[in-house]
Ligand binder design. Structure first.
Ligand code: PMP
Length: 351
């Protein structure tokens, strides 16, 4: 370990994203990207920005994209924060709302970046074990000391928590911030955004990476009351006052406007998810009820690790989970129908 490293570097244990190698030859069902490309309008908006404005700095306050997001989610512009992917928004939120010395809570089976940020920023945390059926034990999130964070739908389980349960968690944590990471909410049902004007301690984080097909552009955002957003801006401006670049702003704005394409791809992915779920069940898999663009499955006799390796040797990347609380599970992103037909061909060969 380098003698010049700060305590923060020594504490860090960086998150390793899913495999990305040789993607042109592979079917990538391992990092929950959208299998469909961004809409034509997004491509045109980015090209037009290249042709006209790329020599200029972007707006530090990202006003027009925040305005567009505010309109989409029926909020005010000062209730919207934009960042470089929701990972960055999450990191800023940990810094802005969670303190060293006050214990935060998140589910034991959840997004692996949460413990990474907590360690980096020296925030103590408690991992709350899920129920046996992988649902969230709502009451165990009451009266948290330093704050609460969880994805909804949860990742990697894909299970959605309804708004009544979220209200209960908010009611029982009046003195700390509750962050709901809605990376996959567009594949589920009601968003907690509708609760923002009722709960001053609620921060909802979403992303353009999944439902809006823009993982490569890196745009995420937070929605919450004005004071929370101000806190995020203070943290952001302490690092880099230019939030996201001009191409990201142009692409994200166009993606928000093209609601026809958005609705079409979401409907398509949900249909494929239902078909894939029933096909998996026919083959002896237990499939958790998914409200996301991925499924979380285990087989009654096949080892998840062997299946993962078989798929990898055959050009399909999926995720394999083996850790306390998730024994022998696979997470499979929903691809196009054609990709999923290839997936089943390979699966039927080995089963
Ligand atoms: N939250 C969850 C639960 C995720 O699965 C992901 C994607 N891996 C993210 C946040 C981050 O997404 P992005 O940074 O691409 O917006």
């Amino acid at each position: 370990m380098s003698k010049f490293w700060s305590e923060a570097v020594k504490r860090s244990s960086p998150y390793v994203p899913g495999e990305q190698m040789n993607i042109s030859n592979l079917i990538k069902l391992n990092t929950n990207e959208n299998p469909y490309p961004p809409s034509q309008q997004v491509k045109e908006a980015i090209q037009s920005e290249i042709d006209t404005n790329l020599q200029l700095y972007p707006s530090p306050t990202v006003d027009d994209l925040r305005e567009e997001l505010a309109t989409t989610y029926q909020l005010n512009k000062d209730q919207v924060f934009v960042g470089n992917g929701s990972d960055e928004v999450l990191a800023f939120s940990f810094m802005a709302f969670f303190d060293p010395g006050r214990i935060i809570r998140f589910p034991a089976v959840s997004y692996s970046f949460y413990p990474v940020y907590a360690k980096l920023f020296d925030i103590p945390y408690e991992k709350v074990a899920l129920n046996r059926d992988f649902t969230l034990p709502v009451e165990k999130f009451f009266q948290a000391d330093g704050g609460v964070i969880f994805p909804n739908p949860n990742a990697p389980t894909s299970i959605y928590l309804d708004l009544q349960a979220i209200r209960e968690i908010l009611d029982n944590n009046p003195d700390c911030v509750v962050i709901i990471d809605e990376a996959y909410i567009d594949f589920a049902s009601a968003s907690a955004v509708s609760l923002i004007n009722t709960y001053e301690n609620l921060l909802v984080i979403q992303t353009f990476s999944k439902s809006r097909s823009l993982a490569g552009l890196r745009v995420g955002f937070a929605l919450g009351n004005k004071q929370l957003i101000e806190g995020l801006n203070r943290i952001k401006d302490s690092f880099n006052s230019y939030t996201i670049d001009r191409l990201a702003i142009a692409g994200a704005k166009a993606a928000l406007k093209d609601t026809t394409y958005f609705d079409y791809t979401i409907t398509k992915i949900k249909q494929t998810r239902e078909w894939v779920t029933s096909e998996m069940k026919k083959r002896g898999f237990c499939v958790l009820p998914s409200s996301a663009n991925f499924i979380f499955v285990t087989h009654y006799k096949e080892a998840a690790e062997d299946l993962y390796k078989w798929f990898k040797e055959n050009g399909i990347l999926i995720r394999y989970f083996q850790s306390p609380g998730i024994d022998n599970y696979l997470r499979i992103t929903i691809g196009t129908d054609e990709q999923m037909r290839t997936f089943f061909e390979k699966l039927d060969y080995i089963l």
